[in-house]
Design a protein around this ligand. Structure first.
Ligand SMILES: NC(=O)c1ccc[n+]([C@@H]2O[C@H](COP(=O)([O-])OP(=O)(O)OC[C@H]3O[C@@H](n4cnc5c(N)ncnc54)[C@H](O)[C@@H]3O)[C@@H](O)[C@H]2O)c1
Ligand SMILES: O=C(O)C[C@@H](O)C(=O)O
Ligand SMILES: [K+]
Ligand SMILES: [Mn+2]
Length: 353
């Protein structure tokens, strides 16, 4: 019996609605397999936890999490309780950094039955490799003075190691896909880091002569995501550019509620973390209408990660059979609830056995 021990952190808002749904789906998938089981251990780290304890995660929290096979996280953030930069840096970004989850992979493609927001989506299928450990997300800088003289300084950090690592990951991924990597740059406007980014990209691309490599400024790239997403395969982007691009990717799929993501620890020292692209969705909390597909597709990425690709493919096929029959939550123009979509996925999974 292959037993996967997963640390479950539903977090805030709809994270608490979609994580249990995706866990039910994973239990069903494990039953189909027969020789696989998931053991979820729940951790309450969230903004409510912060109010009670003065921190998003206790001092020994990382120690408690580090021996799990993976972390399954919903969303972090509740501005009614904690400022966003405190909650994100206190938990989500902390886990990404401390557990050296230096790569964030985020696919976007047309799902059956899901109306893309584009008139002519042309069956795009792309993967953003987001640098996940540095870049524009830094705690280097400061604030000074008050009033009309007030200033804020925020430094970006681009290391050769981190930059090259993200790019190599993208090229390796493209080997298994359509052999095309696009680098998201902005070396016309950003004076130091982006020309550096371009140089490293050029160097790394030389090691992959069979892969098409091109660069696009992030502004033009953002527009191409909307006008011609089918021209892309793998896109490598800095932390912030990757963040924004993947919400565009989610948007052109039809909803941010269906976009999956995986924060990958590449050195095997710590667990990877599987977490949908969307946030805590304060506007729909408690209504029972959160789309569970982002978290369920994220579960599929976790199955792939544990070498259960066959089950991963089955799961996404079943999700598409459900969306194909237009059983959809309101964000996709449907009338079904989180539970109804989840139960339909579970019952169709069971029929396949
Ligand atoms: N990875 C994360 O944990 C993460 C990601 C993004 C935002 N956040 C945090 O979440 C909070 C809200 O952020 P935001 O409003 O910018 O982004 P958001 O993704 O939470 O919501 C944006 C819009 O998408 C909708 N949406 C998101 N997920 C959905 C789902 N599964 N089903 C249906 N609709 C869905 C929301 O209702 C909202 O209208 C903030 O505190 C932010 O910092 C966390
Ligand atoms: O990384 C972030 O900025 C948090 C959230 O927007 C995300 O995409 O995970
Ligand atoms: K999330
Ligand atoms: Mn984001």
């Amino acid at each position: 019996m292959k037993k996967l021990k997963i640390a479950s952190i539903p977090g805030d808002g709809i994270g608490r609605e979609v994580v249990p749904a995706a866990e039910d789906v994973l239990h069903t998938v494990a039953e189909i397999h027969g020789g696989l089981s998931f053991e979820f251990t729940n951790f309450p780290y969230s903004c409510e936890y912060y109010l009670e304890h003065g921190e998003m995660i206790p001092e020994d929290g990382l120690e408690r999490l580090k021996d799990f096979h993976a972390i399954f996280l919903g969303a972090v953030g509740n501005i009614k309780l904690v400022p966003d930069h405190i909650s994100l840096w206190g938990l989500l970004i902390k886990l990404r950094r401390e557990f050296e989850q230096v790569i964030n992979i985020r696919p976007a493609k047309v799902l059956k039955g899901v109306q893309s927001t584009l008139l002519n989506p042309n069956d795009f299928d792309l993967m953003v490799v987001r640098e996940n450990s540095e870049g524009e997300y830094s705690s280097v800088g400061g604030r000074m003075f008050k009033g009309e003289d007030e200033i804020a300084i925020q430094n970006s950090i681009f290391s050769r190691k981190g930059t090259e690592r993200a790019m190599r990951y993208a090229f390796e991924l493209a080997e298994k896909r359509k052999k095309h990597v696009t680098s998201a740059t902005k070396s016309n406007g950003i004076y130091y880091s982006m020309p550096f980014w371009d140089e490293v990209f050029k160097e790394v691309s030389k090691d992959y002569p069979n892969i098409d490599a091109d660069s696009q400024h992030i502004d033009a790239l953002a527009a191409f995501f909307v006008t011609q997403p089918e021209r892309f395969d793998v896109i490598v982007a800095s932390n912030l550019f990757g963040d924004v691009l993947t919400d565009i990717g989610a948007g052109i799929m039809g909803s941010v509620g269906i976009a999956p993501a995986a924060n990958i620890n590449v050195n095997g020292k710590y667990p990877s973390m599987f977490e949908s692209v969307h946030g805590s969705a304060p506007d729909i909390i408690g209504k029972g209408i959160a789309n569970p597909i982002g978290q369920i597709w994220t579960a599929k990425m976790m199955l792939d990660y544990f070498d259960e690709e066959e089950l991963g493919t089955l799961l996404l096929d079943i999700v598409e059979s459900v969306t194909g029959d237009r059983i959809l939550t309101p964000d996709l123009g449907g009338k079904s609830s989180t539970k109804e979509v989840t139960n339909e996925i579970i019952s169709r999974l069971k029929k396949r056995t």
